[in-house]
Design a protein around this ligand. Structure first.
Ligand code: HEC
Length: 141
Protein backbone atom coordinates (compact mmCIF):
# COMPACT_ATOMS: atom_id res chain seq x y z
CA UNK A 1 0.00 0.00 0.00
CA UNK A 2 1.25 3.47 -0.80
CA UNK A 3 1.85 5.84 2.06
CA UNK A 4 -0.82 8.19 0.64
CA UNK A 5 -3.39 5.40 0.89
CA UNK A 6 -2.48 4.66 4.48
CA UNK A 7 -2.76 8.35 5.31
CA UNK A 8 -6.19 8.72 3.73
CA UNK A 9 -7.35 5.61 5.57
CA UNK A 10 -6.23 7.12 8.87
CA UNK A 11 -7.97 10.39 8.00
CA UNK A 12 -11.16 8.51 7.20
CA UNK A 13 -11.08 6.63 10.51
CA UNK A 14 -10.52 9.88 12.38
CA UNK A 15 -13.49 11.49 10.63
CA UNK A 16 -15.78 8.59 11.56
CA UNK A 17 -14.60 8.82 15.17
CA UNK A 18 -15.17 12.57 15.35
CA UNK A 19 -18.61 12.27 13.76
CA UNK A 20 -19.51 9.69 16.41
CA UNK A 21 -18.42 11.98 19.24
CA UNK A 22 -20.27 14.91 17.64
CA UNK A 23 -23.44 12.86 17.40
CA UNK A 24 -23.18 11.86 21.05
CA UNK A 25 -22.93 15.52 22.09
CA UNK A 26 -25.85 16.41 19.86
CA UNK A 27 -28.08 13.80 21.46
CA UNK A 28 -27.07 14.49 25.04
CA UNK A 29 -25.78 11.86 27.43
CA UNK A 30 -28.44 10.32 29.68
CA UNK A 31 -25.84 8.81 32.04
CA UNK A 32 -24.28 12.19 32.73
CA UNK A 33 -27.80 13.64 32.97
CA UNK A 34 -28.77 11.08 35.61
CA UNK A 35 -25.86 12.10 37.80
CA UNK A 36 -26.69 15.79 37.33
CA UNK A 37 -30.32 15.09 38.24
CA UNK A 38 -29.40 13.14 41.36
CA UNK A 39 -27.07 15.90 42.52
CA UNK A 40 -29.18 18.93 41.58
CA UNK A 41 -32.82 17.89 41.62
CA UNK A 42 -33.17 14.77 43.78
CA UNK A 43 -33.25 16.68 47.07
CA UNK A 44 -36.64 18.18 46.07
CA UNK A 45 -38.02 15.97 43.27
CA UNK A 46 -38.98 12.30 43.19
CA UNK A 47 -37.93 10.97 39.78
CA UNK A 48 -39.29 7.44 40.16
CA UNK A 49 -42.58 5.87 39.08
CA UNK A 50 -43.71 6.22 42.73
CA UNK A 51 -44.91 9.73 41.86
CA UNK A 52 -44.35 11.18 45.32
CA UNK A 53 -44.28 14.93 45.74
CA UNK A 54 -41.44 16.40 47.80
CA UNK A 55 -40.59 20.06 48.11
CA UNK A 56 -41.27 20.00 44.36
CA UNK A 57 -43.74 18.00 42.25
CA UNK A 58 -42.75 14.49 41.10
CA UNK A 59 -40.94 14.40 37.74
CA UNK A 60 -42.01 10.98 36.44
CA UNK A 61 -43.28 11.45 32.84
CA UNK A 62 -42.29 15.13 32.97
CA UNK A 63 -41.33 15.24 29.28
CA UNK A 64 -44.24 16.67 27.24
CA UNK A 65 -46.34 16.82 30.42
CA UNK A 66 -48.45 19.99 30.62
CA UNK A 67 -46.94 22.36 33.19
CA UNK A 68 -48.58 22.54 36.59
CA UNK A 69 -51.10 19.70 36.20
CA UNK A 70 -49.99 17.32 38.95
CA UNK A 71 -51.63 17.46 42.36
CA UNK A 72 -49.09 19.74 44.04
CA UNK A 73 -49.38 23.14 45.72
CA UNK A 74 -47.68 25.27 43.09
CA UNK A 75 -46.79 28.87 43.91
CA UNK A 76 -49.23 31.61 42.93
CA UNK A 77 -46.83 32.91 40.27
CA UNK A 78 -46.49 29.45 38.73
CA UNK A 79 -50.27 28.89 38.69
CA UNK A 80 -50.87 32.31 37.16
CA UNK A 81 -48.38 31.76 34.33
CA UNK A 82 -49.82 28.35 33.49
CA UNK A 83 -53.39 29.66 33.54
CA UNK A 84 -52.52 32.50 31.19
CA UNK A 85 -50.14 30.54 28.94
CA UNK A 86 -50.56 26.77 29.25
CA UNK A 87 -47.58 24.88 27.81
CA UNK A 88 -45.91 21.46 27.67
CA UNK A 89 -42.50 20.67 29.12
CA UNK A 90 -40.69 20.19 25.81
CA UNK A 91 -36.97 20.69 25.16
CA UNK A 92 -37.25 24.43 24.76
CA UNK A 93 -39.30 25.10 27.91
CA UNK A 94 -37.20 22.73 30.03
CA UNK A 95 -34.01 24.37 28.78
CA UNK A 96 -35.20 27.87 29.64
CA UNK A 97 -36.58 26.78 33.02
CA UNK A 98 -33.41 24.93 34.04
CA UNK A 99 -31.11 27.72 32.85
CA UNK A 100 -32.81 30.28 35.08
CA UNK A 101 -36.08 29.44 36.88
CA UNK A 102 -36.49 32.97 38.25
CA UNK A 103 -36.28 34.51 34.78
CA UNK A 104 -38.90 32.01 33.60
CA UNK A 105 -41.27 32.48 36.56
CA UNK A 106 -40.39 35.33 38.90
CA UNK A 107 -40.89 34.25 42.54
CA UNK A 108 -41.10 30.55 41.72
CA UNK A 109 -40.85 28.35 44.80
CA UNK A 110 -38.15 26.28 43.10
CA UNK A 111 -35.61 29.03 43.70
CA UNK A 112 -36.70 30.00 47.20
CA UNK A 113 -35.11 28.95 50.43
CA UNK A 114 -37.38 28.11 53.35
CA UNK A 115 -36.66 27.03 56.91
CA UNK A 116 -37.47 23.39 56.08
CA UNK A 117 -35.56 23.51 52.80
CA UNK A 118 -32.49 25.73 52.99
CA UNK A 119 -31.51 24.54 49.48
CA UNK A 120 -32.80 26.38 46.43
CA UNK A 121 -32.18 25.84 42.74
CA UNK A 122 -31.07 28.96 40.92
CA UNK A 123 -30.21 27.57 37.51
CA UNK A 124 -27.66 25.53 35.59
CA UNK A 125 -25.29 27.61 33.48
CA UNK A 126 -23.81 24.98 31.16
CA UNK A 127 -25.99 24.35 28.09
CA UNK A 128 -24.19 21.00 27.57
CA UNK A 129 -25.16 19.94 31.10
CA UNK A 130 -28.76 21.05 30.53
CA UNK A 131 -28.89 19.00 27.34
CA UNK A 132 -27.65 15.89 29.18
CA UNK A 133 -30.11 16.52 31.98
CA UNK A 134 -33.06 16.90 29.59
CA UNK A 135 -32.02 13.70 27.78
CA UNK A 136 -32.28 11.96 31.14
CA UNK A 137 -35.65 13.58 31.98
CA UNK A 138 -37.02 12.18 28.71
CA UNK A 139 -36.21 8.67 29.92
CA UNK A 140 -38.43 9.01 33.02
CA UNK A 141 -41.38 7.04 31.67
C1 HEC B 1 -34.99 23.44 46.25
C2 HEC B 1 -35.89 22.44 45.70
C3 HEC B 1 -35.85 22.21 44.22
C4 HEC B 1 -34.76 21.85 43.46
C5 HEC B 1 -33.32 21.63 43.93
C6 HEC B 1 -35.27 21.67 42.12
N1 HEC B 1 -36.60 21.94 42.07
FE1 HEC B 1 -37.83 21.78 40.45
N2 HEC B 1 -39.37 22.53 41.52
C7 HEC B 1 -39.32 22.84 42.86
C8 HEC B 1 -40.57 23.47 43.26
C9 HEC B 1 -40.92 23.97 44.66
C10 HEC B 1 -41.37 23.52 42.09
C11 HEC B 1 -42.73 24.18 41.96
C12 HEC B 1 -42.47 25.63 41.51
C13 HEC B 1 -43.53 26.63 41.88
O1 HEC B 1 -44.61 26.24 42.35
O2 HEC B 1 -43.26 27.84 41.70
C14 HEC B 1 -40.59 22.90 41.02
C15 HEC B 1 -41.05 22.71 39.72
C16 HEC B 1 -40.36 22.03 38.73
C17 HEC B 1 -40.89 21.69 37.43
C18 HEC B 1 -42.30 21.94 36.92
C19 HEC B 1 -43.11 20.67 37.14
C20 HEC B 1 -44.54 20.69 36.65
O3 HEC B 1 -45.27 19.75 37.00
O4 HEC B 1 -44.95 21.61 35.94
C21 HEC B 1 -39.89 21.05 36.76
C22 HEC B 1 -39.94 20.52 35.34
C23 HEC B 1 -38.75 21.00 37.64
N3 HEC B 1 -39.06 21.60 38.83
C24 HEC B 1 -37.54 20.42 37.31
C25 HEC B 1 -36.41 20.46 38.14
C26 HEC B 1 -35.12 19.90 37.76
C27 HEC B 1 -34.85 19.15 36.47
C28 HEC B 1 -34.26 20.17 38.79
C29 HEC B 1 -32.78 19.89 38.87
C30 HEC B 1 -31.96 20.54 37.90
C31 HEC B 1 -35.02 20.87 39.82
N4 HEC B 1 -36.30 21.02 39.39
C32 HEC B 1 -34.49 21.28 41.04
C33 HEC B 1 -38.27 22.62 43.73
C34 HEC B 1 -37.00 22.28 43.34
Amino acid sequence: MKIAHVLSLIMLLLLVLLAGIGFQRFRGDAEVGKRLAENNCGVCHDMTAKRKNGKGPYLWEIYKRPAGVVDFSFSASFRQLVEEHPFLWDDDHLDRWLANPLAFIPKTKMSQQTKDHPVAFEGMDSSANRKDLITYLKSLQ
